[in-house]
Write a protein that binds this ligand. Sequence first.
Ligand code: FUL
Length: 473
Amino acid sequence: MKNFSIIILVCCPLVFQAQIGIPKPSKAQLAWHEMEFYLFMHFGPNTFTDLEWGHGTEKEEVFNPTDLDCEQWCRIAKAAGAKGIIITAKHHDGFCLWPSKYSKHTVRESKWKDGKGDVLKDLSEACKKYGLKFGVYISPWDRNHPDYGTEKYNDVFVNMMKEIFANYGPIWELWWDGANGEGPNGKKQVYDWHRFERTVRELSPNTVVFSDIGPDVRWCGNEDGIAGKTNWNTLDTAGFKRGAGGPPQDTLNAGNVNGRNWIPAECDVSIRPGWFYHKAEDSKVKMPEQLFNLYLKSVGRGANLLLNVPPDGRGLINENDSAALVGFRNLLEMNFSKRIKFDGVSFRKRNGGRFIYKECLNDDKSKTFVKFNHDSGIVRLYMKTGVLINCVVFKENLKKGQHISSVKIEFAGWAANNEYRQVKTISTIGKKRILTFPAIYAKYVTITLISQGRRSRLSEVEAYLIDEKLVEK
Ligand code: FUL
């Protein structure tokens, strides 16, 4: 007994430490994972000057949308199935889409609505009306502000964020761009990131903050909208900075297994070649099939998809873009609305017990799941009559962290008097993992899941027969 108590005393702190050391999503991050797909809107002087990076010297009068209608943006976002909109409140040229007290380069100085317009007001109100989350991109790099490159600019940036939280909130996501070039006086800014972070946490604790390295959401390492096939929601940030001092792009793409911080990946990509609207790109809008493919490579790899759809000089989303978005939504509906139900779904831990029927893997609910601790789990799917499938979707319940590190899917049985066996493997699951492949006959499917030796929670296994043209090549 004495020895036993000693063992408990010695081991308990270790176990305790191991448990508290596992990174888990905050409440705001868990809600963020549910967002999956939302729109980015690059809008500002560049829309009118045909530039991607404004110089900061553009006259305010260039900003003059003729028919700005943020409700049109929201209607299209809704029709596309997007759950929110993030707008470039201030891009690198420094022009503010709201009448900030801390700048003289804003909508107030423009001729639009005689200087009385406010894009952030219009869009935040429209988002509320249409039930969309509202997010703000605010570039720390500012090629216009006279204080840029001096300590005073850090006050300016903090004050601008304060204005945004106070006047247009709730702000669901705040986007800090990593670009850091010279300002009008030729100097680069030393950003006070700690102070910026403190400001957000104090004034708007539920806002999730994006930057290359978080704190809440990370860049996926490319602007093509593609997450890693292995995609951990965890990242080690110690020793790294935002922007040029960030981790290598492939690390951002895959995350770090056993990384210390929960900082999931967001995939930003534009529906057109550029981020801002350019008439010459009207014929280069991505097709619905391309958007579907991007969805598989972002949301289907456990990340979120931030798709840029830039309003044009009228202040409207162009017809070509809205047609592509609606086409994309239709593809999602057509291909993912008919889930193939299995006649049997059972589960057992690898090292013991019987297979037990588990409706929870088949019930469309992310809150119900099978658990396996420190070992692997096996799922068996059974169909009385075999069916063709070319898509399997896995979902991990992330409340206690992300733990599943590899999945083997074996299709085996007899068809047309021939024995067959095909094996597919993937690594991480995360919020959602969509695997597509040339169609396979499925009657008995055995799925072996390996965890990181911690508390894994698999919540769903779904099967589909999607249009074969949409299968990932
Ligand atoms: C980059 C910027 O430089 C681009 O203009 C764009 O805003 C993109 C989303 O982020 O860092």
